[in-house]
Design a protein around this ligand. Sequence first.
Ligand code: UDP
Length: 326
Amino acid sequence: MKILVTGGAGYIGSVAVEELIKTGASVVVLDNLSLGHRAAVHPDAQLEVGDLADQTFIGQVLDEHKPDAVMHFAAKSLVGESMQDPCLYLGDNVANGLNLLRAMAERGIGKFILSSTANLFDRPERIPITEDERIIPGSPYGESKYFIERMLHWFSTIYGMRYACLRYFNAAGASEERGEDHDPELHLIPIVLQVALGQRDKVKMFGDDYDTIDGTCVRDYIHIVDLAQAHILALGALDKGNCTYNLGNGAGYSVKQVIETAREITGHSIPAEVAPRRAGDPATLVGGSDKIRRELGWQPRYPALRDIMTSAWRWHQAHPNGYADR
Ligand code: UDP
């Protein structure tokens, strides 16, 4: 099977590529390398460098490689940035997704896996959040993913496209070879580990007055290898129909608990101070993954926060400058 992975040079996409290649799939990566890293692309994958804004380029890649399915990771994915620059999200993320879908429909490529998000669920009515929770995107980022989910509905209705929407909670951790390297780094776990590596003085905790166990935001961290496995299972199940799954571990950890876990793993004191809230952050996001466990037999290999963070710590120690070390 040949799979096109957009954003396959990025954090989650590169690990999905790694896991796909382990299954024997042939993989083509489409990435503009604006956020991803050439060195993150698995050596057995073919890399096509270009932009999803370029409809001609997408067509050329699809015509040359004729993939059986597409996994779409390439997108801007920062809640905070989307609250400051919504057009990057409501514009680029949405338009690029439509470009890709249009090019696929024109060529009869009918299988699509969407990297979606738990940011669809601002102010959820029930925790853990299940797939039937009401959708209130928490930011233009979440909204952009929801637009693409809706496009998929119509592309399925009109063109018969099969799709899976995988709504991730907080992707974290690392495989042996691939980990998290953003510039600038804005995510909690890598920031905390950068403090432990002596690359930062302290971590700022964005808000300590949320309605949570200790006032800091609670998130459900999920290992990227487990996420990648869910993509592979969803791809295999598309013949049976479309699906939408929430992907979390069903356990929430506060920002303070993440920092405390990092202190235990690294032995570093990791100074932390309270800072103002970050716009667009819901207080608690914890996902129920019963549906994907039940229907696809998904079983996370690394559900414990400590194991997830230990894998990240190992990668950050081995690559203190991220992919620049390669
Ligand atoms: N966070 C924080 N300090 C930081 C970065 C993040 O307190 O320097 C908080 C953030 O407000 C959120 C949680 O950590 O509540 C996880 O944020 P992250 O950016 O890692 O992922 P997100 O939840 O935005 O996908």
